[in-house]
Design a protein around this ligand. Sequence first.
Ligand code: ADP
Ligand code: MG
Length: 553
Amino acid sequence: MATVQPGAYEPTGIPVIILKEGTSRTAGRDALRANMMAAMTIAEIIKTTYGPKGMDKMLVDALGDVTITNDGATILDKMDVQHPAAKMLVQIAKGQDEEAGDGTKTAVIFAGELLKRAEELLDKGLHPTTIVSGYKKALEYAIQMAYQIAEDVNVEDKASDELLRKVAISALTSKAVHGAREYLADIVVKAVRQIAEKRGDRWYVDIDNVQIIKKKGGSILDSQLVYGVVLDKEVVHPAMPRRVENAKIVLLDAPLEIEKPEIDAEIRISDPLQMRKFLEEKENILRDMVEKISSVGANVVICQKGIDDVAQHYLAKKGIMAVRRVKRSDMEKLERATGGRIVSNIEDLSEKDIGSCELVEERKVGEDKMVFVERCKNPRAVSIVLRAGLERLVDEAERSIRDALSAVADVFRVPKIIYGAGAFEMELAKYVRDYANKIGGKEGLAVEAFARAIEGIVETLITNAGLDPVDMLMKLRAEHMKPEGKWIGIDVFSGKLTDSKVLGIIEPLLVKVSALKAGTEAATLILRIDDVIAASRRKEEEKKEEKKEKEEE
Ligand code: ADP
Ligand code: MG
């Protein structure tokens, strides 16, 4: 290993110290190979989880907490990768997750494949710069072709719902939800349709508008879509209504209680009359508070703080429903959903602070009761109550649902789809290979390698289905040479070549394009590094300890 120690060059006999003591430097091919190896290792780990027949990973953290998941972003996040080059790949995957919400594994596997092919080209004597420029050209061409290969969708047309449902189903590859894919896909499409917003001629979808409430118990098929906000709380008093139609809602972040004085005050009451007066005073204050709420026409109070028994009693007498100790984040959601305003001082409460919705109702979900605030003023408030028998299952279901929500939202953003199960990749690789022949020379070799790397994604899908990748790839290539073979892919469940269009494996173009971009970015970033200068590890640990000490102080 060509590790150059600082101060190693001594032309005049006097050591020239450039780097700090303990700094290590790995330069040239060794640095490159080490980085490539680290990144490829990450890709290899992810590979086995790819596609509907992919395996799950069990991740155990330092505290012994176990996560079982098939979600690419989660696996990479929990692996706690140390190597800087490997970390870059994790970063790229995160970027993909943020941009498209799905296709993280595709991006990572693609990066790994690009590096594997680059290794072969390096062995053949190609310079990394040539490979990088070839990859960039190939990416540009591939994106251009991807747009041509893809088909248009008219999301405006309600008939596209069936297609969007299939997009959701194709994204729900995780085993935790396999049996309920159709059911969840329905919920996902309805939710996205509800929150999608058209501005000019473009659609905007912010899937953060979809609140996911996880509730252990029941089965995934008990999950439900709610047009509104769900509070994991009960109505405070048994005499209050459990159902309020045409709700006028007060959002309060002050307690409906007499606050205790800051200092310990002692009140000595000798006269029973005085005692009564004191209690009456307290009652009066609370009654005034309730009176104020009722005077602005409210029939529901949602309070971030506590509600005194006496106040509860008065509220119940007025037929006002009340919920207490609601999370701040939920209060803010309610503010957006109902068009109301969170009030901190009851005296300032006025009619314009009141939020509204068609129905507030307490319902039983499994063993617990929850309050549903439905059909709000702002129709873009949507919730999904997720149910599953085990905590881990609910968590994994949430991750899958988020992928599916993102995938459907992606079709709104860029209304183009492709057919998956390897079909799109095989078709794209064919065009990129033609392009490589046109370019020729050394750069052409890199473009050809890019085409092979795209096929590498399909190879992974085939391998995970327990099929022979060499044989299958040959057959797929042959099919794609025919004009009617455009969408031929592999049905991983039957193990046969099938038309993905007939199979109904539909995916957003956006996911594929951003995965190609992310993968190329990661690979070229790594290929351009020829020098790794690392500060001494020991120093780093000392720094960490220093930091810890500071924190403890
Ligand atoms: P990613 O993180 O990249 O989304 P997934 O594990 O979700 O990875 O797998 C996505 C791949 O699975 C896509 O390429 C898609 O075409 C493929 N896929 C989904 N459903 C099927 C199916 N029934 N048969 C074959 N391939 C499928
Ligand atoms: Mg996916």
